[in-house]
Design a binder for this molecule. Structure first.
Ligand SMILES: Nc1ncnc2c1ncn2[C@@H]1O[C@H](COP(=O)(O)OP(=O)(O)O)[C@@H](O)[C@H]1O
Ligand SMILES: Nc1ccn([C@H]2C[C@H](O)[C@@H](COP(=O)(O)OP(=O)(O)O)O2)c(=O)n1
Length: 666
């Protein structure tokens, strides 16, 4: 996951390949609750690992449910409808799929078994209405206290109290279908007689109710229904664990890759594994909308393949009641269409993680788009004159994921623009590795992938500055010195004459190098510590003088230029390897300062050192690096000079980021 303040997406040019979707959020949280209410053990496979499932799991533990992991599975020993904890405070983040059903289940359990439970969330959760559900539960006889604004969390659910189950439970269906889902999931707890639920108003998001009914059936509860107007939970209903449940891939998450295929898979399709024609989730019908916009879609039982069909895409007008979450993706696809796209019946967008109609309209306009909106609709015009934009994401995973598709603007304009996504970690709600997955199936012009170079003498702080800068930008790191160090080490081990450039260069293609989690492996051996030794630095400096060796390592270094960007440190990053780098920094510090830093660094690692010896070594190394004929150590003409002798690491990083920001079009 990119846990950084912003992620810059360079212009993306194409897409192909296979993605495996994380589990569905809606199914995951329903299954967890049903497993917890059931008798017996349930093994949940392919559960979504995300913020919203984490709060549900934590709540179930707090309520006394035994929950543990076995490999990739989550195992739950259900409560069998019996409360083990009678008092608890549950923090549910921004997870509507946890807040609504837990409110219903705990209200009923408190009423029948006694207890007091507080449910709360993040500030936005306290702005998301729950009054219709609370009213329905109070109508049944549940005791619910508003702890904040009436009709919104936080709430206290307490009991015992007497339930009146002989009259139908009435709930509004036109604000959120989650209220009905919550009642359907919870009322079997108290179904000593038939319980009838009547829906007031037009039920929205009906496919989510289908998921609820299908999962209830998996857990032994056969709800009888009268169309979408009334549902009856039969007397004597009991949750029974099915033993094992597989969670489907998230169909709403599929929409970004369906959109991706429609926009950018011109040759090989994007294959999406985890959802397909047999999916329970209504959002799988997003493929019909995408096809109407021109996508070529093939579907198997649990896979989809999507390619570009019509181009530009075709604008459309669509009632999106059946695909409320996935439909957001259409608003960004609409930018690539031949005419306006109008989405209607989307009032529920206004009470989601954020007011999604307002959010999408505001952010689309930042790209230059013309957007109109009403209480329950949005209209987006195709975009010709794209602007580089900073996209605010409102702590809403879907906003972040949708706008990644704006990075393909180079397919419709000559001057392609990057897109900045603020707080990209908000995708953790449903798809923590969304951007990594996206980067795995898109293509770029390598020249569009931004590079920052940091060159300078030994112990000036290049590695430290490169790592810190890369961490803040989410970029990859190239420690080019490590390549020379490995080469020097391998040449020495092979008994080569280090002055024989041809012989040393010849071993480069045979090196089995692997970089993983900041470690360097040569074959099976972790050589990281060995590489950092001063003696290896001297070997590196010796082999680095040979043009043959430098040529042999050239492509290896270029290969590090991958999405979303690269920070490269060394001696010739800005002059020879990445001459087109957007920011080049030449980092220096006085010899005395550098010797002292290296000394402290070695001592702190328990390696004995002598400061005069270190200074002599580093000055010798500086001499050789500066005076060699190929790619000597020198600042690139367009490099920023930074002498950090008197600067802290933080101050140096701040200076880097300030220079970087000056070079960005935002
Ligand atoms: N600006 C700075 N101020 C103080 N110490 C620094 C600074 N930059 C780096 N250091 C320290 O100096 C040592 C050498 O830095 P390093 O990044 O390994 O240098 P290089 O990669 O240039 O050889 C490290 O222990 C690091 O923490
Ligand atoms: N791009 C590079 C990187 C390193 N080298 C050579 C020259 C250096 O003395 C050695 C070791 O580099 P490295 O960056 O690991 O060394 P320091 O951390 O600065 O001590 O490799 C080079 O010639 N070109």
């Amino acid at each position: 996951m990119f846990k950084i303040p912003f992620l810059d997406l360079p212009p993306l040019r194409g897409a192909a390949g296979t993605v495996r979707l994380p589990g569905s959020k809606s199914i995951s949280n329903r299954v967890l609750l049903l497993a917890a209410l059931s008798e017996g053990r349930t093994v949940v496979r392919d559960l979504l690992a995300s913020d919203d499932t984490a709060v549900m799991l934590e709540s179930l533990r707090t309520l006394g449910c035994a929950v543990w992991r076995e490999g990739g599975d989550v195992v739950i020993d259900g409560l069998g409808g019996q409360l083990r904890a009678k008092e608890a405070k549950l923090f549910l983040g921004n997870a509507g799929t946890a807040m609504r059903p837990l409110t219903a289940a705990l209200s009923l359990l408190a009423a029948t078994q006694g207890g007091s439970f507080e449910v709360s969330g993040v500030p936005r959760m306290h702005e998301r209405p729950i009054g219709d559900l609370v009213d329905a539960l109070r109508g049944l006889g549940c005791e619910i206290d508003d702890l904040g604004n009436a009709g919104y969390p936080p709430l206290r659910l307490r009991g015992p109290s007497t339930l009146a189950l002989d009259t139908p439970v009435r709930v509004r269906g036109d604000v959120s279908s989650q209220f009905l889902t919550a009642l359907l999931l919870a009322l079997p707890l108290v179904a000593e007689r038939d319980i009838r639920i009547e829906v007031i108003g037009e039920l929205i998001s009906k496919p989510y109710i289908e998921i609820t009914l299908a999962l209830l059936a998996r857990f032994g509860i056969q709800v009888r229904r009268e169309g979408w107007a009334a549902f009856v939970i039969p007397a004597g209903s009991r949750y029974v664990s099915p033993g094992e449940v597989f969670v489907e891939g998230d169909a709403s998450s599929a929409s970004y890759f369906v959109g991706l295929g429609a926009i950018a898979a011109t040759d090989v399709p994007i294959r999406i594994e985890g959802v397909g024609s047999e999916s329970l989730q209504g959002d799988v019908r997003f493929i019909e909308a995408a096809a109407a916009m021109g996508a070529e879609v093939k579907a198997g039982p649990n896979w989809l393949e999507v390619k570009r069909g019509a181009w530009p895409l075709k604008g459309l007008t669509l009632d999106c009641n059946h695909i409320p979450d996935a439909a957001m993706t259409l608003t960004v696809m609409a930018l690539y269409a031949d005419g306006p796209t109008t989405l209607t019946n989307i009032a529920s967008w206004r009470v989601k993680e954020t007011d999604r109609i307002a959010a999408m309209a505001t952010e689309l306009r930042k790209l230059g788009a013309t957007v109109d909106e009403g209480p329950d609709w949005i209209r987006v015009q195709p975009l010709q004159r794209w602007q580089a934009a900073v996209i605010h994401t409102y702590d809403d995973h879907r906003v972040a994921m949708c706008f990644s598709l704006a990075a393909f603007n180079g397919l419709v304009t000559t001057a392609a623009k990057p897109v900045r996504i603020l707080e990209p970690h908000c995708v953790a709600k449903t798809f923590p590795d969304y951007f990594e997955t996206l980067f795995g199936v898109v293509s770029v012009d390598v020249a569009d992938v931004p590079v920052i170079t940091i060159d300078g003498p030994t112990a000036s702080g290049k590695g430290t500055l490169a790592d810190e800068t890369a961490k803040l930008l989410g970029f990859n790191v190239l420690d080019s010195g490590a390549l020379y160090r490995v080469t020097g080490l391998a040449a020495r081990r092979a008994g080569l004459d280090l002055d024989d450039g041809d012989a040393v260069a010849a071993i480069v293609p045979t090196l089995q190098l692997r970089f993983a989690d900041g470690q360097v492996f040569l074959g099976q051996e972790d050589v990281s510590a060995r590489l950092r030794a001063e003696a290896t630095g001297l070997l590196a400096s010796q082999v680095a003088v040979h043009p043959q060796v430098r040529r042999a390592l050239h492509q290896l270094q270029l290969d590090f230029r991958r999405l979303p960007g690269l920070v490269a440190d060394g001696r010739d990053m800005g002059t020879a390897i990445f001459p087109d780098a957007a920011l080049k920094v030449f980092l220096t510090a006085s010899a005395a300062t550098r010797a002292e830093r290296r000394y402290k660094q070695l001592i702190s690692k328990g390696i004995s050192a002598n400061i005069e010896g270190l200074r002599a070594d580093l000055e010798a190394r500086d001499e050789r690096d500066k005076n060699r004929s190929t790619s000597p150590l020198e600042p690139a003409q367009d490099a920023q000079l930074l002498d950090n002798s008197a600067l802290t690491i933080e101050a140096s990083v701040d200076q880097m980021l300030a220079w970087w920001q000056q070079r960005r079009p935002f």
